[in-house]
Design a protein around this ligand. Sequence first.
Ligand code: NDP
Length: 312
Amino acid sequence: MERVKTLIIGSGPAGYTAAIYAARADLKPVLYTGMEPGGQLTTTTEVDNFPGYPEGIDGPQMMVQLQQQAERFGTEVRIGHINKVEFSQEKGGIHKAYIEGGDAIEAQTVIISTGASAKYLGLPSEQRLRGGGVSACAVCDGFFYKGQDVAIVGGGDTAAEEATYLANICNKVTMLVRKGSMRASKAMQHRVTNTPNIDLRYYSEIDEVLGEQVVEGLRILNNQTGEKEEISITGLFIAIGHKPNTDIFKGQLDMDEAGYLITKGKSTKTNLPGVFASGDVQDKEYRQAVTAAGTGCMAALDAERYLQSLAN
Ligand code: NDP
């Protein structure tokens, strides 16, 4: 079986930054991209807050450049999804990862950068219409609803940002917030309330998404008055937060109640020797591309020091 010094799982800013550092340290990393090569930034348009890009940069383009930078130093990037792991408990032990399709790979160190995925409400009507007008990414799918009426659920920064994005393309955006206030920053809230074609509704939940094959409307419940109202829309965007991609590590790695991996102190060390975590998979607080990249760097340095400690 193939054995490598460093296996990196995930291809967002954390995974690629870990790869750049690990490759430069001659750890000859192998990186598996996962199901969504490039991670969450591939579903963004302009990234304006990554230092070093005074004019901003297109999210997918930034991920291609990160991949090229990782490959330039010898990272082997493989399109593939790890669907099972068997981690060793011992210092110096060999970790094993299984790749969808049958193969497996052994590694002395593993850097987990599997990120987080969008959450859904879980209503049967919402699940049935995923791909038929229900989306968790306005930037990816908003274009299809040009000039039409759409709705968005959520009151955080993502929902606020996506609502204003959609308002530029669509005729009208109904924004449903379940409480009487928004969690989004004040600046983002102002953008929402200053956009005339966003109809912001507090205390509002979705009772049912209407339509058989495609979204045709919503039945909205006012959770204060109990009143229900039907509106016509063609697209529904869910922006209610993310879930860390840690299912395959359950029972092996320590995680919090929401499933985020727990790292020790200021390091990227998990509870198992030689296994490190970086990026959104271990960060529910900051969740920025630049902080993910920073922890990717830390994970590679931690892996390098761990391997050195085995050699001494
Ligand atoms: P958040 O967790 O911040 O917000 C989730 C929102 O969804 C909340 O309003 C929450 O309501 C609501 N919600 C959760 N579950 C449900 C449900 N079942 N039904 C209805 N509403 C629900 O997630 P975000 O994705 O918005 O943001 C994540 C992080 O990323 C934050 O730290 C944010 O600041 C950051 N971010 C920053 C941006 C920027 O600076 N440009 C852009 C986007 C995100 P409730 O408040 O009632 O719990």
